[in-house]
Design a protein. Structure first.
Ligand SMILES: Nc1ncnc2c1ncn2[C@@H]1O[C@H](COP(=O)(O)OP(=O)(O)OP(=O)(O)O)[C@@H](O)[C@H]1O
Ligand SMILES: [Mg+2]
Length: 359
């Protein structure tokens, strides 16, 4: 997959610019506050439908304009495609794929595949389990639409089950209502957990290799917090756990067991990264996970997604930079940087000044 051009109109500090990309390594270079990160944000936005910074539409539109437009042209196994996104300060956003309006955001997911890394992605290692579940859900949904629909279904059932637990009804009537929803919940939970385990199984082997390639000394392990039971099914195991937790859940008013509570554990040389790894080690793990995701998606859809790397080079020593750039020449990579590093690799330079391409 490759982006050919991105046209930005009143998007952040871009009033009217068209940016052309090279097929492989692209350095988006410029001084601070010129629009490098904004450019990556525009690509992410048309891929996933929301800003990586979780910005509101209003914040994305240029300060002096009422609406913004992104027009992105890309090539993939399915041929040449376009995605257009219109944002309005008052109205809803509109998205077109190949000039046809889409009605739901779920139609956009998986059309243009990107993998995004910024210093903020350290949250994948350091922050709350929700960040890691989001990583799982967004990553898997890019190549597995049924998973996305299953997730939406699970969240609907979970919401209803929590409403019952929270209601003012008697415990007896709550238990009767739960008898309807708990089997539906565990059925959907089993599908979600199985898909996540399957995905992590593929990711962990690739991540181990790439991590060794970059660090040359450390062993990376990736684990899921829920372990598949030995002598029973996931469905039965979760049913047993929910039955045992019933009294507590009636008191708390929400569901305490299921994939909405699960987590990923990263370990280097057998130590949990969240608690023991240095800042640099955590950053490297987060980056390695994203590089591995490139390979997993490629194996699933038959072609590489596009890699977006924001501000990654300044954080790495020169030998890690070199090893990273070597890996990145396999696919289209857009890297923002203040200075282009010394390298013998072929690359395209995109120089940004105040929301304009200057070359
Ligand atoms: N809605 C908006 N309208 C106009 N300008 C905006 C808007 N939102 C953000 N900006 C401006 O965009 C500028 C560039 O932001 P960006 O994060 O892309 O810089 P950068 O080139 O990545 O810089 P750095 O090297 O510091 O990361 C900022 O100065 C910011 O004020
Ligand atoms: Mg930036």
């Amino acid at each position: 997959m490759q982006i050919n051009t991105v046209e930005l109109k009143n998007f952040r500090n871009y009033t009217n610019s068209t940016i052309r990309f090279g097929k492989f390594l692209n350095f988006i270079v410029g001084k601070n506050a010129q629009g490098k990160t904004n450019l990556l944000e525009s690509v992410y936005l048309v891929s996933v439908g929301k800003s990586p910074k979780n910005s509101k539409d209003k914040q994305i539109i240029n300060f002096n304009a009422e609406n913004a437009k992104i027009n992105l042209e890309f090539s993939c196994l399915g041929g040449n495609k376009t995605i257009q996104l219109y944002l309005n300060k008052v109205g809803k956003k509109a998205i077109k794929i190949n000039n046809l309006n889409i009605l739901k955001l779920t139609e956009l997911v998986g059309c243009l595949n990107v993998v995004y890394f910024s210093p903020d992605e350290l949250k994948l290692i350091k922050e709350v389990p929700e960040d890691r579940r989001n990583f799982l859900d967004i990553s898997i949904s890019q190549f597995n639409k049924p998973y996305l629909y299953e997730l939406l279904k699970y969240n609907r059932i979970l919401k209803m089950r929590n409403q019952i637990l929270k209601s003012n009804n008697s415990n007896q009537s709550k238990i009767e209502q739960l008898a309807l929803f708990t089997p539906q919940l565990v059925e959907s939970a089993e599908k979600i957990i199985n898909t996540r385990l399957n995905f992590l199984n593929k990711l962990k082997d690739i991540a181990f290799q790439i991590h060794q390639q970059i660090t040359q000394t450390e062993n990376l392990e990736i684990l899921y917090s829920y372990t598949k039971p030995q002598n029973t099914t996931i469905k039965q195991d979760l049913t047993n756990q929910l039955n045992a937790a019933l009294e507590k859940e009636l008191e708390l008013g929400f569901t305490t067991i299921g994939p909405h509570r699960d987590d990923i554990i990263f370990k280097i040389n057998n130590q949990d990264c969240k608690f023991f790894a240095s800042q640099g080690q955590q950053r490297t793990v987060a980056l390695v996970v994203k590089l591995s995701l490139m390979e997993v998606i490629k194996n699933e859809i038959g072609e590489y997604p596009i890699l977006l790397l924001d501000d990654v080079l300044s954080e790495l020593d020169t030998s890690r930079q070199e090893r990273l750039l070597n890996i990145c020449t396999k696919y289209q990579t857009l890297i923002t940087t203040v200075n282009i590093p010394q390298t013998n690799l072929d690359y395209t330079t995109i120089k940004i000044e105040n929301g304009n391409v200057v070359q």
